[in-house]
Design a protein around this ligand. Sequence first.
Ligand SMILES: [Zn+2]
Length: 510
Amino acid sequence: MRRVLTAAIAALTVTTAGAVAAGAPGHAAARSGWGRPVVAPAAPGPGSPGLGDSYFPDYGNGGYDVDHYDIRLRYEPATDQLSGTTTILARATQDLSRFNLDFLLGVQSVKVNGWTAAFAREGVHELAITAPRPIVAGQSLTIVVTYAGVPSQTRVNGYTSWTRTADGALAVNEPESAWWWYPSNDHPLDKATWDVSVSVPTGVEVISNGVQPRPPLAESGNRTRWGWRSAIPGATYLAFLAIGQYDIVTDTAPSGQPVVNAYSTTLGTLRPAARASIERTAEIVDWGSGIFGPYPFEAQGGVAGPIDGIGFALETQTRSVYGPGFWRRGSNTYVVVHENAHQWFGNSVSVTDWSDIWLNEGFASYAEWLWSEEQGEGTAQEVFDFTYASYPADDQFWQVLPGDPGPDDVFDDAVYDRGAMTLHQLRLAVGDEAFFRILPAWTAAHRHGNGTIEQFQALAEQISGKDLDALFTTWLFTKGRPELPGASAARAAAPAEPKSWAKIREAHAH
Ligand SMILES: [Zn+2]
């Protein structure tokens, strides 16, 4: 939900952007003709060190596609020492002489299909692996990376996404999170399933995504190994770890799905408000299913993080993680609505390029407005009017484009608030009947995949039968506060504060 890496890292990624083009293999010509090479077949080339994302060109890697991560770790809360082995099951998408993973911790060894592979660190977060034997397109790859490090002290420009706490740690961030705990193809374009198991001193809890395929196992040395499984493919940044002292509450949702909620024992007087919010997850998921389409994952839940943990919330797959700040003024279901709406918008339907971030944050924010309407705490129109009026025309807010905010403003308020305003304008333009057909059609069309803003506009136009180009251009891609038609402008000029407003503001606080 909140990207907190400094601008400096964006500058660094720019310096490696040229390598994407330079590393692109050019052997397409060798494959032309009637199945017979017209020139000598090109030698296998390197996989590109990025996937060409317009904001973060070196995030992710080319040349292969991951099916599954098996992440097997050992963690020492007392020292923040993390060690382990990640086994990556992948398939080559081109002939490869070498390929990259995204990772920061110290690597001890890499094996590819059982062969020891040479490796080197490159750029900010690239682990470059030389194929021990040539890899051909379509070949299955089993990549085993053994590593160790202290993630809280492993910093990029002074920054770490790994939050060490008094009793453990949190691996929760967006879009940079995996670099500090498992090697990956770190871009939402390459979704995979994952198993994670972590050995910790007995008495420490480990919470992660999905379901527990077995109870925690006792190990020698007074240790316990926890295991979690995500059997539905997800983006790498949506995997998380919460390690520390937690009370775990399990239940079954009305839908029959497992619910796993967890509450840090450090929350003290905030704990009842956290419970009063997160324990409504199953109800909120049920409500969302009626509007957005079938819930896309295999489990539900939330984690109330510790008092000294993160200052934001993140929609980690099947189980969002919330910082303690959301509970300081009482319960807040709006943040639970926001993060769970992301299970459809962001997690199941993920960005194709990080410039598509409106597809995540605009929709999750608008879900809060719909919840306000449902709860009788202000209609979406009333929240729109108040939001519109809260940003004067000369406010810098109107200078950030939700449809293309730039790499430093991916999580700017404009992406959230103007993003939600855009969806409300769409609803007004096409009418409720079409609008509430567009939302589930979108989540069905790109379920467990990726989408672009252009594709969403095309779908909305197809379902509504309307040309929406002016609306999208005005609200997503034009600087300045859009004018409202006369009657709407008059209403927005002196709006009443909706009852939900304070909670919606808090849900965006960090
Ligand atoms: Zn969000």
